[in-house]
Write a protein of this length. Structure first.
Length: 256
């Protein structure tokens, strides 16, 4: 991932017209970032942050629930304009502009409670050729080290790719996995929702921690829209609104 604001005014090529009906953005069930609450309202840390950014940027948008892997394809082809909660990668930068970062994300390895001491991994590369099988979610980004390793046959044999966290949890509980990679906030929300306290523990293995961005399709959007979004992010960062949104959701997780 890239971390700072090199994206603001540097991209001036390719200037297709913005759709007049408003911008389209997808979302996927992802606690506590994007989900429907009991009143069927679309809420979450990403949703609240994105809403604030778009209001500040004076940009209209519509939302559609869509699987993340399909969402990425639609950003590439221009069938959808925006994606929130996105990690930077070299591959994605080929078809999308990236805004300034609006929050950070951390991914950790989680295993069954009491089993971390039995998983002897200090670095991601130690997984290659080991006896361990770890779960990941299709289409998600796990850092530059992971991206390099996953292209090697030896490492691929130790990775199990599924659609979502629920599948990884099921496979772990049935003994088919030794652990899975996940954002700790997401797992915390999952544990509370399904009352699975004391079932998991965090392993010391470092996976990655980096900034999170809004992606803009290069097929449909231009530097003008990118700059509006970036200026909004800078304003909401400077006045503390994005931090307040983040803190509000952290407090809600603790109190739920």
């Amino acid at each position: 991932m890239k971390s700072k604001f090199v994206f603001l005014l540097t991209i001036m090529l390719f200037a297709p017209q913005v759709k007049s009906k408003g911008l389209s953005v997808g979302w996927e069930l992802w606690y506590p970032y994007q989900y429907h609450n009991k009143s069927r309202q679309l809420v979450g840390l990403d949703i609240d942050s994105f809403n604030a950014i778009m209001i500040e940027a004076k940009l209209n948008f519509t939302t559609a629930e869509i699987p993340w892997k399909t969402h990425l394809h639609f950003i590439r082809t221009g069938k959808m304009d925006l994606a929130m909660g996105a990690s930077w990668s070299k591959n994605r930068e080929e078809f999308a502009y990236f805004s300034a970062p609006y929050r950070t994300e951390t991914v950790k390895l989680f295993v069954k409670k009491g089993n971390a001491k039995n998983i002897h991994l200090r670095h991601l590369s130690d997984l290659q050729g080991s006896k361990y099988i770890l779960g990941v979610e299709s289409g998600y980004y796990y850092g530059e080290d992971y991206e390099k390793l996953i292209n090697t046959v030896g490492f691929q044999g130790n990775i199990s790719e599924v659609i979502d966290l629920e599948q990884n949890v099921t496979l772990l509980m049935k003994g088919h996995l030794d652990g899975f990679f996940v954002d700790p906030n997401t797992l915390q929300s999952f544990v509370k929702k399904y009352q699975m306290e004391n079932e998991f523990e965090q392993h010391s293995l470092h996976v990655y921690s980096a900034d999170i961005f809004i992606m803009l399709s290069k097929k449909t959007l231009n530097a003008d829209t990118l700059n509006k979004i970036n200026r909004a992010i800078f304003t909401l960062t400077d006045n503390g609104e994005l931090k307040r949104i983040n803190n509000r959701w952290k407090a809600q997780q603790i109190s739920d």
